[in-house]
Ligand binder design. Structure first.
Ligand code: FES
Length: 495
């Protein structure tokens, strides 16, 4: 029997399916809904073909045209798997974090676009600068996902000769999103602010990423990059500048610069921290006088990578677990069948299992089994628990070393903000219970997409806000601390 590989994004799943398998049969299992029952009239089952081919019938083509979809979309209810394909599932995308938080601003004339260019997801908002009102939002998956989920694979992709393609595709995606915003509200754009990690900045700006692939993993090419629509090959005009904001360090980008602006760390009297649990976990600690920041290897586990049933915070993911009458109860995003667990549920699971004494202080499953069942179909393996320990130790050690650099202790922090894709689902009590953050719960606050909030703040300022933050901020290499290994190993324990 011929088998094909079916990759589902942004779920990050890879399946082997038989030739001619109807997509509806596979996707149904992942909680995808087919509201019109597969008649081809609602368009809700649409999937974007990122790689490979889906044979299309004349009826299917007509349905796509009637629904006003472009040629790279297919209706899952009309499609079969006849080769290796990678699909972007539209229904999974609705959960991309597009922030609507309020913030202080000085009213101005005109309109701006704020873009959070993430390793996995892209979010763009059209802002009315007189009111700070979000007029429209567009979200998309990063087209570079086909080169791998993490930053290392993107750097490798560039070094394997795909740099020009990656630059072209990301510029085009941001252009398409901006154009879609303008189709909803035809206005003149005064400024476009883009923030993202250092690798994303270098690729977007057509700069060499290879210095980040080898020791000492350092690039000096971190500054503000300014463009016009013509050089980005956007077929619409932006009156003012299109700017990719400066990175803070070789692996701490303008998304963190924006995070500092959003949390106001640079203006606070007392020491405050920000932890961004995105694809890579960055940490910042500082006040209005000095700020230190670092990147850790914590992110991928919280985004589902390296966890056997891990997935991002999308439909079908268990977002939280609670112990009710001695039984583990799961909440699933989209009220569908649980297919896996996202970062917040991973934290809940470990915390609850430790409280029940089902896992020990070294992370070992006390029964000696290799798996613990969390729900009917979702389990946690011994390896998953060890991956979690590595991730939580990376955050805890990062906080300790950054605090040490400021000659303070973690207890001196007034508050810690947690940002990241699953931030809204996180149970702070469980974060504390696992030892990831050694502070009382009341000092820890969830904050949404701080990168996007900061990008919006940058729309209202010239360069003074950025310069103020950069002048106070120092990038620290955590592994450069002579005690890093000892602290890291110590933080893996569940005390
Ligand atoms: S389920 Fe409605 S178009 Fe496919």
């Amino acid at each position: 029997m011929i088998k094909h590989i079916l990759r589902l994004q942004p779920l990050g799943k890879e399946l082997r399916v038989n030739d001619q398998t109807p997509l509806i049969d596979v996707l149904h299992e992942f909680g995808i809904e087919f509201p019109c029952g597969g008649k081809g009239t609602c368009g809700k089952c649409k999937v974007r073909l990122l790689q490979g081919e889906i044979k299309i019938t004349e009826v299917h083509r007509q349905k796509i045209e009637q629904l006003g979809l472009s040629s790279d979309w297919r209706l899952a209810c009309y499609s079969q798997c006849t080769g290796d394909i990678t699909l972007e599932i539209e229904q999974f995308n609705h959960l991309i974090l597009a922030d609507e938080s309020e913030y202080e601003f000085i009213p101005q004339k005109g309109f701006g676009v704020a873009v959070d260019l993430g390793t996995t997801t892209l979010v763009a908002q059209l802002i009315e600068l007189s009111s700070a009102k979000v007029l429209a939002v567009e979200t998309l998956l990063n087209p570079q996902l086909k080169f791998g989920a993490d930053l290392i694979s993107r750097i490798q992709g560039c070094m394997d000769g795909h740099a020009a393609e990656m630059t072209r595709s990301i510029r085009s995606s941001i252009g398409i999103m901006t154009e879609l915003l303008l189709q909803k509200h035809p206005v003149e754009i005064k400024k476009v602010v883009i923030v993202g990690n250092t690798v994303m900045q270098l690729i977007f700006s057509n700069c060499d990423v290879s210095p980040l692939s080898m020791y000492p993993f350092h690039t000096d090419n971190l500054g503000m990059k300014t463009f016009n629509s013509k050089e980005l090959e956007w077929n619409f005009q932006v009156k003012g500048k299109i700017q990719f904001y400066p990175s803070v360090g070789s692996f701490v980008g303008s998304d963190i610069l924006a995070g500092i602006a959003a949390t106001g760390i640079h203006q606070k009297e007392n020491y405050t921290a920000l932890i961004d649990l995105g694809t890579n976990g960055e940490i910042v600690i500082g006040n209005k006088h000095r700020i230190v920041c670092a990147s850790t290897a914590a992110g991928p586990a919280f985004e589902g990578a390296n966890i056997s049933m891990g997935m991002r915070a999308v439909t079908g993911a268990i977002s939280s677990l609670n112990l009710i009458d001695g039984k583990m109860e799961a909440s699933v995003i989209g009220n569908s069948i649980a297919k896996g667990l996202c970062g917040s549920a991973l934290i809940d699971a470990v915390s609850i299992l430790r409280k029940q004494d089902l896992i020990g202080m070294f992370g070992e499953i006390n029964s000696g089994e290799q798996l613990i069942q969390l729900s009917e179909k979702v389990s946690l393996s011994q390896r998953d628990i060890n991956e979690f320990q590595l991730a939580k130790a990376a955050i805890a050690a990062g906080l300790t070393i950054l605090a040490k650099n400021l000659s303070i202790s973690i207890a001196d922090l007034e508050s810690i903000y947690i940002a990241g894709g699953f931030g809204s689902y996180i149970n702070i009590g469980n974060v504390v219970a696992t030892g990831m953050i050694e502070l009382p719960e009341k000092k820890i606050h969830k904050m949404g997409n701080t990168a996007l909030i900061g990008a919006k703040l940058f729309l209202f300022s010239e360069t003074e806000l950025t310069e103020d933050i950069l002048s106070k901020t120092r990038h620290i290499n955590l592994e450069g601390d002579s005690n890093f290994q000892d602290i890291y190993v110590d933080k893996m324990l569940f005390l």
